[in-house]
Design a protein around this ligand. Sequence first.
Ligand SMILES: O=c1ccn([C@H]2C[C@H](O)[C@@H](COP(=O)(O)OP(=O)(O)OP(=O)(O)O)O2)c(=O)[nH]1
Ligand SMILES: [Mg+2]
Length: 181
Amino acid sequence: MNRVRGFEVVKKYQDQGLTLPRRQTMASAGYDIEAASDITIPSIWTLNFVRIFRLIRNGHELIESDRLAAEKVLKPILVPTGIKAYMPEDEVLILANRSSNTFKRNLSLPNGIGVIDSDYYDNPNNEGEIFVQVLNYGVRPLHIKKGERVAQGIFIKYLKTDDDEPISSQRMSGFGSTGKK
Ligand SMILES: O=c1ccn([C@H]2C[C@H](O)[C@@H](COP(=O)(O)OP(=O)(O)OP(=O)(O)O)O2)c(=O)[nH]1
Ligand SMILES: [Mg+2]
């Protein structure tokens, strides 16, 4: 078969019985992507409560340790998928939330959509493993089981401007790897 686009399991998860993303019906756009391991997503309310409690205790003054604690706990959780995606250079895999996640589970993707670039595949840092960034805005912790579908991936083509000139030729990783600015 001509190899154009698809999913593969990363080395780290080779023998762990992961399922490659599948579409559910003939006309589903999204390949449903599963969690690679059990993971608990704490509620942002619980975390915010801790933050508010600390604020009150400190006479409403936000001191440095509170700020650091709040930032730490409010960071989105990265759900590992154990999956990488390959595709032609002019394509991108868009990670979108499942509507049932917000409707039934209070689970949101705080980055809106995830952009999985074609040059993320096999990058030297993490082999291109896709992670799903999530926040649980419900009041209880959410337990995600290995094999549960957490997001969906949609392959699309992207366009370039006339004077397009990329800054660098190679992607080394993700999540801010191209610099602080
Ligand atoms: O939900 C996501 C979003 C991104 N990525 C990976 C794939 C993508 O190719 C890379 C970079 O993503 P993006 O360009 O959106 O993030 P950035 O903050 O600009 O990081 P970088 O500087 O590495 O480009 O991170 C994921 O695994 N999940
Ligand atoms: Mg980027």
